[in-house]
Design a protein around this ligand. Structure first.
Ligand code: 2BA
Length: 108
């Protein structure tokens, strides 16, 4: 058995969850925050049998889009009290996935 952690963009989470549910997979949705952009994203926990790994990854991949987000950071300028705002583009997603082997799962 495996546990998938899938970090997806908030805008993709509804579709990813719906497609997983429609295919019979159970999903737990956690509200999470990326440390770099400091904006919300969604972490999905999906418990599956080993042979279900590839079909589940395909569903996530098919429904998670890569996006470009614009980030503004403020830095100190050369003189005291002078600040400079710098904009940069960051590519986010489709999904960052971790797969963990599960020793045991029980439901009571
Ligand atoms: P954030 O930490 O908000 O990162 C958003 C995007 O910013 C990342 O997209 C990446 O393109 C860029 N980024 C992140 N850290 C960076 C750094 N130290 N230097 C330069 N660019 C950086 P993704 O790689 O697609 O990641 C999307 C979200 O997935 C992340 O949001 C974070 O919540 C999670 N994530 C990604 N890799 C992770 C990891 N190795 N461990 C835990 N969470 C991870």
């Amino acid at each position: 058995m495996k546990l998938i952690f899938s970090i997806v963009h908030d805008d993709d989470s509804y579709t990813v969850i719906e497609e997983l549910n429609n295919s019979g997979y159970y999903v737990t949705k956690l509200c999470s925050t990326g440390s770099f952009l400091r904006t919300g994203n969604t972490t999905l926990l999906i418990g599956i049998n080993d042979e279900e790994l590839e079909p589940v990854l395909e569903i996530i991949k098919a429904n998670s889009k890569r996006r470009t987000q614009y980030v503004q950071t403020t830095t100190h300028g050369a003189l005291p009290g002078i600040f400079a705002t710098v904009g940069t583009e960051v590519s986010v997603g489709g999904s960052t996935i971790f797969v963990i082997n599960v020793e045991k799962m029980e439901k009571f």
